[in-house]
Design a binder for this molecule. Structure first.
Ligand SMILES: CC(C)(COP(=O)(O)OP(=O)(O)OC[C@H]1O[C@@H](n2cnc3c(N)ncnc32)[C@H](O)[C@@H]1OP(=O)(O)O)[C@@H](O)C(=O)NCCC(=O)NCCS
Length: 167
């Protein structure tokens, strides 16, 4: 009901600020999340990254969004079992149907009370209609100098990707 009310109050393609779709996904790492070395499996982290990006894109657009690309995934150090993993996602850029989502991953040591940045990733999501065809995404309303800088950097990456895909 609450979601329906929110959608009704927001016309489909109204520009929306990034703060409205900021997303956090968090999970405590258990032994089933580990690889054979006893640290957290990279695929587990990527699953959380993908989920956070999908929620962020769908919050922004109010549509089904699918992952079309993940890039610049960096694992900066191993994550121990017992770590509380926090994944934060923010819309960097919107195109016609695509969104670039910037995702940051933090490892919180609950016993030490410390938090470290462990991964960065860029995820491109595409809004789709009921026939799974690309559908328009609401523009991003840029509110801060940081958001404007993120947009400009993402626009350069988008042009580079388009050029690379054209070959
Ligand atoms: C997403 C999908 C519907 C796009 O269809 P498409 O025919 O490539 O559509 P288009 O070429 O019109 O591209 C749509 C948008 O995606 C962007 N895009 C397409 N391929 C991309 C790529 N490899 N990297 C970044 N962006 C990409 C385009 O630039 C375009 O952006 P814009 O509308 O903002 O200008 C289609 O590729 C698809 O269904 N992919 C599978 C998605 C999926 O199943 N994901 C789950 C992970 S397994």
């Amino acid at each position: 009901m609450a979601v329906e009310r929110r959608r009704a109050a927001r016309p489909d393609l109204r520009p929306r600020p990034a703060r409205e779709s900021l997303t956090k996904v968090a999970d405590l790492m258990f032994p089933p999340d580990a690889n054979m070395h006893g640290t957290v499996f990279g695929g587990k982290v990527l699953q959380m990254v993908d989920k956070a990006a999908a929620v962020c894109a769908m919050r922004h657009s109010g549509r089904i969004c699918v992952t079309v690309a993940m890039e610049r995934v960096e694992f900066l150090f191993p994550i121990r079992v017992g770590t509380f993993l926090i994944v934060e996602a923010q819309v960097n850029h919107t195109g016609r149907s695509s969104l670039e989502i910037g995702v940051e991953v933090y490892a919180e040591d609950l016993l030490q009370g410390t938090r470290a940045h462990t991964n960065s990733c860029l995820v491109t999501m595409v809004c789709v209609d009921e026939k799974n065809r690309p559908a328009p995404v609401p523009p991003l309303l840029l509110e801060t100098p940081e958001e404007k800088a993120r947009w400009a950097a993402a626009e350069e990456r988008r042009l580079a990707r388009q050029k690379a895909r054209r070959g």
